[in-house]
Design a protein around this ligand. Sequence first.
Ligand code: WNU
Length: 152
Amino acid sequence: MQTTQARHQEYFSFLCSVSLLRGLPEEKLAKIVDCLEVDHFEKGEHIIREGEEGNTFFIIAKGEVKVTQSTEGFAEPQEIKTLGVGDYFGEKALISEDVRSANIICNENDTNCLVVDRDNFNQMVGTYEELQAYLKEYVEELSRSDERRNAL
Ligand code: WNU
């Protein structure tokens, strides 16, 4: 069995490699590791459903997910992109204080996500202005690309 300390070290090194978090002080990253949960998913499982309320932010530690969205003129949600290790999702509902704006579906068996709840997300982002500004900008860009794509 892996010790708590080894697990801590493993996720700490992983978070250091996540580009979004570059610039956060080490003690901050260590705190995030302390309040992380790890969730496992199998191919085809919904991790996030469009229209649902959401209070969590995810970072992919292993595997792959796809992003789909209901689109005008199509019966089925349309695939927008795939995300892999080191990518993250779920920030939009937290930042825009809105429901989930797309589906996130597991695209590979044994996908692992690190999950941060709203309080910890706010602590992680809130105390770091550059990160907050970057995400806010990114979320606005997502809303514009949703419109261009005629997302419902
Ligand atoms: C997109 N439109 C919308 C992605 C992940 C992180 C960043 C892009 Cl900074 P949520 C559904 C999630 C949403 C986003 C993610 O899906 N998403 C998109 C789009 O074109 N959402 N509306 N592309 S991947 C991605 C940028 O994280 O957050 O909480 O749940 O609405």
